[in-house]
Ligand binder design. Structure first.
Ligand code: NAP
Length: 499
């Protein structure tokens, strides 16, 4: 229904992004009988991070039966931990099964959204010039899509092939090549074994060793899939078993970091079993509490590092040169290919677009220096009817983010319902409520394992943790199940109020 004359289309809801979060939003809107929505997706397929990351070895480190929608259980997962391509295919299937494709506007990248205080709606604009208005804007873009590059001088000087792990070249051939990798995080430990097997020489530059647990991966036999298909409750049961096995860890991660030692032993044993050279083992042994940075899982990373054609370099990098990398000790390591496994700007949660709220306030200014704050990560004071999925302080170190996304959509759906019931056009979380919520969060975060002294992508430059939820996911689920009306102001448009 056009609202601004015939030229500007109006929708009840616009969702940004067609990854796990955006598709979950689409499913829940439809299920709630709300068909008047579009999903704006900048790329030409769905899948989010599982479409964007195509590096060899890319897989989820949360077990498949949990890393999926509760409303779309998949009896056919091929392995305990699914590869990226299989997760992307799952999301494609969900898109079709839930008839979401007709709602998705591909190649449409949100660049600006402005809250119209008179009309109580969002005016949004895409990169291709498309404009629309909507009552509610749901941002489902996620935090792990803006590559982070290290601030090492000389990056532009390199004359070989250089790329970030998220921009892995199709059909990359490294045979006979000298490859240098910067970073040893979740992505690098997945693609390093592939490079190690194929490159002539591989140098891995490690700044901080990660804690690595054995990966309890296995292929599911056909008989197990058949059993899942015949008895859907079995898939449900597998899911809840995995959930329970992971959820208890919140106790250690977020309340009693002392308990993390229990997780440290299997990691140390894993390292000792796989790395026999004491010097190399010392280089690979972390000196911070396990869990402070993301805990990784792998069975093939340490064996890859031990190969004759692989070298682990722990001297800091001084600069990147035309022909490779120079360490702080002045050693030059020549390379034909340079891979940045340096992660993402995860604390920049704005989404990269310009959002203008009440009184002309801008989200990237309110969240300057990445100091993002929201109400349960979803609603933001000064930005009525704006809903973030995987917003500030809703990431996890111990469980599946899909569980959090589904919780967030409970809150969004309840917000829409409450607006309808009350005749309000908009809701806005109260400023004081958001402040109190965040000071309590930050107090709780001080007691977590993430505050035990390491530096990680969970934190901003000032050390503030703006990415993780400091508690059980079940607690988050309970707190987001229904909108607490007293925490919000309900806004009615004059014309509507008079009706
Ligand atoms: P990451 O965990 O942030 O790792 C980045 C790596 O680059 C770290 O080893 C870091 O060292 C290093 N680094 C950064 N700047 C450097 C510099 N100037 N010099 C040397 N080393 C530098 O990034 P990621 O591996 O891409 O993973 C990011 C997140 O994506 C993960 O934690 C996870 O949430 C997600 N992910 C998930 C999966 C999955 O299976 N679900 C798979 C891949 C990624 P420091 O540790 O010293 O900072």
């Amino acid at each position: 229904m056009p609202r601004d004359g015939a030229s500007t289309p109006h929708l009840d809801v616009i969702v940004v992004g067609a990854g796990f979060a955006g598709l979950c939003a689409g499913y829940r809107l439809k299920k709630g009988g709300r068909e008047d929505f579009e999903i704006w997706e900048k790329a030409d397929t769905v899948g989010g991070t599982w479409r964007d990351n195509t590096y060899p070895g890319c897989a989820c480190d949360v077990p498949s039966h949990l890393y999926s929608f509760s409303f779309a259980l998949n009896p056919d997962w091929s392995r305990a931990y699914s590869p990226a391509a299989e997760i992307k295919a799952y999301l494609e299937r969900c898109t079709d099964e839930f008839d979401l494709r007709c709602h998705i506007r591909f190649g449409t990248e949100l660049v600006q959204g402005e809250w119209d205080e008179e009309a109580l709606l969002w005016r949004v604009r895409a990169a291709d010039g498309r404009e629309a208005t909507c009552r509610a804007l749901i941002v489902g873009q996620g935090p792990l899509n803006k590559p982070a590059y290290p601030d090492i001088p000389g990056g532009d000087d390199f004359e070989g092939l250089a790329f970030h792990s998220m921009h892995w070249p199709e059909d990359l051939d490294v045979a006979g090549k000298r490859v240098a990798v910067i970073g040893t995080g979740a992505s690098a430990i997945q693609f390093v074994p592939w490079l190690a097997e194929r490159a002539a020489e591989l140098t891995v530059f490690q700044r901080t060793p990660p804690w690595i647990l054995p990966k309890l991966d296995r292929a599911f036999p056909e008989s197990a899939k058949e059993a899942n298909r015949s008895f859907p409750l079995l898939t449900q049961l597998r899911r809840w078993l995995v959930y329970g096995a992971l959820e208890w860890r919140a106790l250690a991660f977020t309340m009693t970091p002392g308990l993390m030692k229990a997780l440290g032993k299997p990691a140390r044993d894993h390292l000792a079993a796989q790395v026999t050279d004491p010097e190399l083992r010392a280089k690979l042994t972390p000196d911070y509490v396990i869990g402070c940075k993301r805990v990784l899982i792998s069975n093939d990373y340490y064996p890859a590092i031990m190969r004759d054609n692989v070298r682990l370099e722990t001297t800091p990098l001084a600069r990147i040169t035309e022909r490779g990398v120079e360490t702080a000790k002045g050693e030059r390591v020549e390379a034909d290919i340079l891979v940045y496994g340096t992660g993402f700007r995860a604390t920049d949660l704005t989404g990269g677009f310009d959002l203008v709220g009440e009184g002309g306030r801008r989200l990237h200014e309110d969240w300057a220096d990445d100091e993002a704050e929201a109400y349960y990560g979803v609603c933001i004071a000064g930005y009525p009817n704006l809903f973030y999925l995987v917003g500030p302080n809703t990431g996890l170190g111990h469980n599946s983010i899909v569980f959090m996304i589904e919780s967030q959509m409970n809150l969004v759906m309840d917000a829409l319902k409450r607006m309808d019931q009350s005749g309000a056009r908009a809701i806005r979380v109260r400023d004081d409520v958001q402040k109190t919520h965040n000071s309590e969060l930050q107090e709780r975060l001080k007691r977590t394992v993430w505050a035990t002294g390491c530096s990680s992508w969970y934190q901003t430059k000032s050390g503030k943790n703006v990415t993780l939820w400091p508690g059980f996911t079940i607690d988050y689920r309970a707190k987001t199940k229904r909108l607490r009306a007293r925490d919000f102001e309900f806004l009615k448009a004059p014309a509507i109020a008079a009706e």
